[in-house]
Design a protein around this ligand. Sequence first.
Ligand code: PLP
Length: 358
Amino acid sequence: AYNFNAGPAAIPLEVLQQAQEQFVDYQGAGMSIMEMSHRSKLYEEVNASAQQLLKELLQIPDGYHVLLLQGGASTQFAMLPMNLLRPGRPAAYVQTGAWANKAIKEAKVIGETVIAASTESEQYMRMPSQSEIVIPDNASYLHLTSNETIGGTQFQQFPDCGSVPLIADMSSDILSRPLDVSQFGMIYAGAQKNLGPSGVTVVIVRDELIQDAPAHIPVMFRYATHAKSSSLYNTPPSFAVYMVKLVLEWIKSKGGVAALEQYNKEKTKLIYNAIDNSGGFYKGCADAGSRSVMNITFRMGSEELEKLFVKESEQEGFVGLKGHRDVGGLRASTYNAVPLESCKALVQFMADFQQRHG
Ligand code: PLP
């Protein structure tokens, strides 16, 4: 299948084949990795190397913890303010779409929040610039969504927040491009787009931010609990962590995130060009300066035509091109594991479809 799903999304074929080979008998242990104790040496190696590979690929400086947690990015929407939002010091949020709004909703349950910038009045079709983002001096942190999976917008540059910690939900673009991690207090991401299967959530957090969480927070919801135990405080999602480790090895073998960035740009350029050169038959949703390299959103002249596009594409082996139910239209998610060949096939299909129905 040409898998353009938004998440769970494509996993590299080589990785799936490697997992298949090791599925029943992991490294001669006579059992699957998922049947093993999470305290066993073999699993501890998997856990440690997944963390180490993330550090290496993202060049995470000293002073940061890499945590492998459960509960998805949605749990981070709550866990973040629980741990970092302080009384009298509002949490500032950049409101850029559906996912930012979910993060804001959850933070409001915990404490005072302010909107530092919003593109709501423009239907969230762009990311705000540095000059539009107003951060209170005493903010506990500034939160943004680096890539809005539903709208198809992506920050091209991150704002300078001075001494206020910058926190980013990178669920749908982590490891798609090089990053200066030192710009961030914390980065989090559900795994099921660029990292592997659902079930594990990566949190990269600066040590000083997790040292004095309020006393009323349950042990399980404290970042410090998981940092102290190398993410083995309780039973981890061991099979998902193992798959993430294989995906990270695959990324390394491809030349790392800088090489993937070039590859991703090449893939999406093909599709954006197809949209832009269609004479208005396909219309890109996001503003040109905020276009995502992970989720390409576009529309056609009528909903009937869009439905037909989805139907015919499915008959041709394309999966996941229907836009999110909240916004409609069409969306091609081109995460790291989506091959260039799938994008070429999509561009060809778009041209053929236009010829038949344009
Ligand atoms: N944030 C973003 C940007 C997402 O795309 C998603 C899921 O698609 C989430 C958060 C929620 O992630 P989860 O389903 O892991 O809770």
